[in-house]
Write a protein that binds this ligand. Structure first.
Ligand code: NDP
Length: 340
């Protein structure tokens, strides 16, 4: 059985969902309440591959909210992730994806040192960040959507916001090794890590966001920001492809400008309907078929009976592993979302 650990995008979102699901007593509660709420399995999932194979899974709501990071509720955030992992393990889930901020919190706060959660000793090989599949899908979105829009990759400037992150660095590696991309712009805050990445790639220009945006034909957004940024979209090139892979979204601005295309990044479409309710709750356009690529990674590992932490640690995703997960993604009927 596979599992997905997820969370909602904001306190407001959590309150609206609670109301919609018929929990009015949760709907009026503030951040303190969500800090103390335990994890819950809220959905049972059935997925059929195009090979005919069927698997079953569970969705674990961790009750983490991004506001916990912004409001210095770090201990609560850490507890949410560890408790959700223990909950998944207690329910005999073989392989569970750590969605959205779950893996970021796990890494940033060294949760691997906290194996014991009450009476459960966490077995980390039962978890995956799902980031290898996410990075692969975003790279395929860059390749396929640019072609659709007539942007020639060999002449294009691609800016990666969040370049030094787990997903961002994997995308840079792929764009360098697998595509003939014209120019790479590397954006993040920590200059030392940017220089390290530049050294590893042997290319790429380090720029601030404001300097990079007017130069880019394609912008890939994979920064771990609890809230989206507002950008001046009048400075963007036309055409310009913006692939927003953040959860919550990195782009706070709703962009409506001719020649500027915003694509939901790191999202896959399955060829067959999935039996679940959860993607409706996170407002996916086609909830029976569209999902986060990191969640799809745990499904793929279950289909292949690869019970291992396929994506683990930070900045260790190789192009070979992206190709490996990409092959099984195609085999089981997933494809990158391409409609803007
Ligand atoms: P990491 O924590 O590994 O990396 C985050 C990157 O963002 C780092 O380069 C960091 O560098 C940079 N960053 C953070 N804040 C800012 C900022 N304000 N301005 C510029 N750069 C910034 O995260 P992941 O790679 O694991 O995840 C990235 C995003 O992808 C997250 O939003 C996550 O929720 C989302 N995600 C989406 C998935 C999907 O299936 N679609 C699956 C998993 C994750 P620095 O700190 O130096 O600025």
């Amino acid at each position: 059985m596979f599992g997905l650990i997820g969370h909602l995008t904001s306190l407001e979102h959590a309150q609206a969902v609670a109301k919609e699901l018929g929990y009015p007593e949760y709907a009026d509660q503030g951040l303190d309440f969500w800090c103390s709420a335990p994890p819950q399995i809220v959905d049972t999932i059935k997925v059929t591959s195009i090979t005919g194979q069927q698997i079953e899974g569970r969705y674990v709501e961790s009750c983490f909210l991004p506001e916990m990071l912004a409001n210095r509720r770090i201990k609560a955030a850490m507890r949410k992730i560890l408790n959700a992992m223990a909950h998944a393990q207690k329910h005999s889930i073989d392989i569970t994806a750590l969605g959205g901020f779950s893996s970021i919190i796990f890494e940033n706060f060294n949760l691997q040192q906290m194996k014991q959660v009450r009476n459960v000793k966490l077995q980390f090989e039962r978890f995956t960040t799902g980031n290898t599949h996410t990075a692969y899908i975003i790279c395929r979105q860059v390749e396929q959507a640019s072609q659709k829009l007539g942007i020639e990759l060999s002449k294009a400037t691609v800016a990666v916001c969040g370049a030094t992150g787990d997903i961002g660095s994997a995308i840079c590696r792929w764009l360098d090794a697998r595509t003939d991309v014209g120019e790479l712009l590397l954006i993040a805050r920590n200059q030392e890590r940017l220089k390290e990445l530049q050294g590893e790639l042997g290319r790429g220009k380090i720029l601030g966001l404001e300097e990079a945006l007017p130069l880019a034909d394609i912008v890939v957004w994979v920064a771990s920001m609890p809230k989206g940024v507002e950008i001046d979209f009048t400075c963007l090139r036309q055409p310009c492809l913006l692939i927003d892979g953040g959860y919550p979204k990195n782009l706070g601005t709703k962009i409506q400008r001719p020649g500027v295309y915003v694509l939901n990044g790191g999202i896959v479409e399955h060829s067959l309907d999935i039996e679940w309710r959860i993607m409706q709750i996170v407002n996916m356009d086609v909830p029976a078929r569209q999902l986060f690529a990191c969640f799809a990674e745990s499904m793929l590992l279950e289909f292949e009976k690869l019970y291992t932490n396929f994506s683990w640690g930070r900045n260790q995703i190789t192009v070979e592993k992206m190709e490996q997960i990409g092959q099984v993604s195609v085999k089981h009927g997933f494809r990158p979302l391409l409609s803007c």
